[in-house]
Structure formats: C-alpha cells, structure tokens
Design a protein around this ligand. Sequence first.
Ligand SMILES: [Zn+2]
Length: 451
Amino acid sequence: MSYVETEHSGGTRFRLFPQLPTLDQQQEPETIWVSSPAGTVMPGPSDHRMYVIDPVGKERAYGYYPGPGGSTFHYRPPWQGPLLPFAHPDDDGHFDHLDTGTYEFEQAHAFGAIRFTMDIWERYFERRLEFHFRDHYDRLEILFLRGLDNAFAGFGSIEIGSYTLKTGELVEFGLSFDILSHEFGHLIIYNEIGLPGKTDVNGEYFGFHESAADMVALISLLHFDSALVGLLEASSGNLYSFNRLNRFGEVSNNGQLRSASNEVTLYQFAGGWVHEHDLSQVLTGALFDIWVDIFHENLLAGGLISSELEDLSDRLEGDPNYQAIVQPLFDAAYAQNPGAFADALIASRDYMGFAMAGIWDHLSIETLDYADVYKTFLEVDHAMTGGQYHRIIRLNMERRGIGVISAGPRLAPPDETSHAFSDRTATPDDQQHRCSRHLPYAIRREIAQHR
Ligand SMILES: [Zn+2]
C-alpha cells in the first residue's frame, strides 16, 4: 500500500534515507520517484533542473574571498576542475541499483533528495519553481565538499559537507534528506520572497527563513511511506506525546538542534536575539502545533477519535498522568482504522503544504515579520477553507506571542552558522552585502545593535 502520490509512471527511481542511516534504526533506504522521465536523467545524476558533481581538489567553499589589492573575489559555480566518477543510471534509466556506502550512491541520494523535494513543492505551488540565480545559471549545481562542516544553499549551488559527531562517527550530509531538503527550502524562499542584503529587512525575516526551510523539510519528510507510517505506528496518531518529528533535525549544521515540537515563545526574544535558528523555533513551533491540531480535528471529523478523547487530551496536557491515560485510548482508536489515520495525516500534511506555498506566495520581503506571516495565514486559510481553521491558527500564534509582540534587535552579527545571511547567497552585484563581513568587529557590532 503506497501513500505517496507522486506520478510514478514514466518517472525515475531513486533510493533515499528518510533519516540519516547512522541515526535511525531503519537502515534500508526507501524507493521514491522523481518526475523526470526515466532515461532523461543523465550520469551525475543530472537533468534539466540540476546536476550533481563530486569535485576532486576543491579546497574551499564557494563565496566571497579577499583578492589582491583589497579587492573581493567571488568564487562561484561552475566548478571546472577534476571530478570523481559520476553515478550512472541502470539500463532502464533508474538510479535505485547503486550500492549504499559508495560515492555513487551518495551522489544519487543528494540528487534524488533535492529533486524529490522540488517535485513536492511544485505540486504545492501548482507551478514551476524558479531559482533566484536564473539570470546567471540555467541549473542548480549540487556538489560535495567533504570536510566542510556545513551545507549551504548559495548562488547557483547547494554545497554539501559532512559532520563528525562527538562519538567520532562521520555523518555525510549527502545522506541526510533533512539537511538537503532544508537547503532547498532556502532556495525556494530566496526566489519567492527575495534576498536579504538588498533590502533593509526586519530581523524576524531571518527566523522566518530558517522556519520555512524546516517546514519544507518536515512536510517533505512525510512523503515517505516509512516516515508517515512509522510516525503513526509509534504514536498511534497522538502526535503530542511521542513523535518522530521531535527528532527532526537531530544532527543539523554545526550541531544546531532544532525541534518542531517546542515551547519557545516570542516573549523570550523581546530583548533581542543572536541566532536565527533559535528565533525560528517560535514560528516553527506555532506552525507545528497548528498542524497537529488540524490533524486531530480531522480525526475527530472522521469519527476516528471521540470528542471525549480530544477533550481529555486537551485537558490533561502537561499533566504527569497524560501519557498513561491518553495513550491507550489512542492505541485502541488507531488499531481500528490505521488506513484512515494515514489519510487524515496526509490531508493535514497537504493542507500545511498548500497553506505554506500560499503564504510564501503572498509575503514580501519589505514587510515580512512573524505578525505578517500570521495575518497572511488567516487570509490563505480563508481562501482555502472559508476560515475553518482560524480559531486554531489564532490560538497557536498568539500563545507564542506572534501578532502580540515583536522580537527585539539582533544582538550579534551573523556568523558562519547563519544560512540566510551568508555571503554565499549574495548576487554578484550585491556590494553592500558582500562587504559586511570584512568590516572591523567593532563596526559590525555597532550595526548589529542598531539593526
Ligand atoms: Zn538553514
């Protein structure tokens, strides 16, 4: 039984790990389909939207570097040096025959993860997604720089590094659907909403960027049968108590931990903020809670759980006996009709996907803050459902302080953990942005204090 609604006929098969194999019990990758017809994905892999390369001897990441005489050198795609061998398709044009543990598998994995994410979001946007660098490049370059302690969506590229855990275990980001999908999320926002650096943006823009990238990854993750069914099996649909989504982003860039299920509010940042990853948790947490509430509404509407159970779940939230009382009731309800629970989860996932695309379509960089996201969500829900979920949206946004207060100023200049404010994202003619990193620290601090 498959819950994935991708167009299978004529597409190309890949095998992906919904979670990093090192972090998950599940060691087997899952087969998915991307929309490019079998036979059109060339060695690399590469197709008309993106291509993967694995450079040999590339010593540093793309970005801006000091050149001779105080000039600035923009190091950017395409890489023209030597390459490791490409991953090749099988005789039928698919890429699901490659052995795990090989470079070729990792190359195919990176392509498949990003291409799959693009397909999912083109369905939600109901149109082709463009790249913000389309005037300079026709296609996205996806490349490996093993040893780079990060992954970046940049100008024309997604560059993929690796990360060494405290245990010494090496985590290849090319095998992380979460990270690759998250980076593609940044590219969606750059194109749909605009680049920081060109405009004097509100600080919440940066938190929004991270949150949006996380929502892209999270919603995309639930397009894997194993993630969707695994989540339901583990929770019996009681998403507040235990869930796989809690583990989302477990190993993220620079060890940044993110959690969609969190209690962070905007009140905690009233005095200011330092890392956009922290600030993003407020919005992601609100959106996640909205999602879960809508899912539970769907369960109720479908007669899959009783209104007594929903009341009980609300009433006992935070109570030490919650788990012992509520979970057995969910277990019993889920056991009666697992397929309908899956349908309800898919419906809520797709509601969130279409809602996010609708919201991002309407936001503009000049006015973007969390309150604007909140207001736009109400409008989009009105257009989608006639305002069926207004109460849920209001409750969860305002509980976080969204629409009530604003975050204070950025308290420190962005560092290399910043995804959205990286000089890799700048465009070639973006002078102001390009130079900000090279200012003396005291001046950057001044700017940050007045931002
Ligand atoms: Zn990010």
